[in-house]
Design a protein around this ligand. Structure first.
Ligand SMILES: *Cc1c(COP(=O)(O)O)cnc(C)c1O
Length: 237
């Protein structure tokens, strides 16, 4: 019989992180169950993911499709939920639609249509967040604020997609007040959207460096890599 490969330090980092999140949720008077941790496992091994799952984490997010497919397969015996948070290339939509439960980076109607058409019906609807580009940086994904209603309506019309909310990746800022600004805008956008679509209530926002700002502004899904797994050696696999 082999010993479990549990990495004690990963387990203790996980517990410390959950405590930090719980403390911040309390500080900002957020309902703890509405501030969830999504473990960003890009560049991490299947062993690290399994260790994290042993510690209690079941939701994982990946940016790079080929890398993700290997790990999804390696961990197929575990009850994990997989989220895609990378840029979506047109020719990758089939694999995304058939291997993930959530996609956070939908930013054009054509991609929504392809994900819908390629979603195997027996898997149930694919959960979708619309990515919003709040700072107008042209080098990253996301639609402009004013385009959100139109794309939301397009997603709502597709029955194999379930619109869940909004996601953003802001420009890094080094103080809490500046970090809070884009998250406040995203939260306001979600409120507007929820007037038309009451079930839409996910705010995918906040990373290791700005989780306090995101919790303060109402995040429901923190996307955390470094603060859980430690520093990454590389950005890309
Ligand atoms: C890598 C990544 C994260 C996690 O970043 P950390 O700083 O490691 O917490 C969150 N969201 C997206 C979209 C990412 O690509």
């Amino acid at each position: 019989m082999s010993l479990p490969s549990t990495d004690v330090s990963l387990g203790s980092r996980y517990r410390a992180l959950q405590q930090t999140i719980a403390r911040l949720a309390e500080q900002y008077e957020r309902e703890p169950a509405r501030v969830q941790l999504l473990a960003v496992s890009k560049t991490r091994s299947s062993v690290e993911i399994r260790d994290c799952a042993v510690a209690g984490q079941l939701q994982f997010a990946e940016n790079y499709l080929q890398e993700a497919l290997v790990k999804i397969d390696d961990c197929a015996d575990l009850p994990l939920t997989w989220h895609f948070i990378g840029r979506i290339q047109r020719n990758k939509t089939r694999d995304i639609a058939s291997n993930f439960s959530w996609v956070h980076t939908v930013d054009r109607p054509q991609i929504a249509q392809r994900l819908h058409d390629q979603r195997p019906p027996e898997l149930g609807p694919l959960n979708v967040c619309i990515q919003v580009n709040l700072d107008g940086a042209s080098n990253k994904g996301g639609i402009q604020e004013q385009e959100v209603p139109e794309l939301a309506a397009a997603v709502m019309a597709l029955d194999r997609l379930q619109l869940r909310g909004l996601m953003t990746i802001p420009e890094p800022a080094d103080n809490l007040a500046s970090q809070r600004q884009p998250y406040r805008r995203l939260a306001a956008l979600l409120q507007e959207l929820a007037r038309d679509y009451p079930g839409v209530n996910t705010l995918s926002m906040g990373m290791s460096a700005d989780m306090e700002a995101a919790i303060a502004e109402g995040t429901t899904l923190l996307r955390i890599g470094t603060a859980l797994f430690g520093p990454r050696n590389t950005e890309a696999p």
